[in-house]
Ligand binder design. Sequence first.
Ligand code: HEC
Length: 145
Amino acid sequence: MLKSFWFWFLLTFMAIQFIPIDVPAYIKTSKKYEIKAPQEIMNILKNSCYDCHSNQSTYPWYDRIAPASWFVKNHVKNGRKVVNFSLWNNYEVKKQKFFLNKLEKSIVIRMPMPSYLWLHQEATLSSKEKKLLQEWGNNLKEKLK
Ligand code: HEC
């Protein structure tokens, strides 16, 4: 019984590797559209958010293995839709504000996503980093008014 479980498990695992999947590509984008922020903030964004919220997504090898790759694909596809920091300066102020309004709560509760942090622990935000991001977001929001 146990043996046949692992047999089918392995077979399935190998089979799903052949399902074609197009993980969103790394897209070279002109720097002039990229968000501008103090270095400290840029470091946080690049370290913890850029994989899903920019055109500069990087995928370690294990992100390319199914079923992980299925999650990665949707995270990046949907993440870029919410906000793409590579295209920030191209956004209407309304869209920038919409995002900044969500930022404060999201980074405390659910960003980066737990399913991502499980394999990318280096992206976890410390409470100091969360605070920095929130302050930055709120300041920026004020400026956009
Ligand atoms: C693993 C991919 C991933 C990473 C890393 C990630 N996000 Fe997201 N983010 C998403 C996806 C997917 C959504 C849209 C679906 C959702 O809201 O769950 C989203 C939504 C959001 C939203 C909107 C939430 C809402 O309430 O509608 C904000 C704000 C956000 N992300 C900020 C961030 C910030 C800031 C970081 C870095 C500290 C970050 N995200 C890192 C994938 C990611």
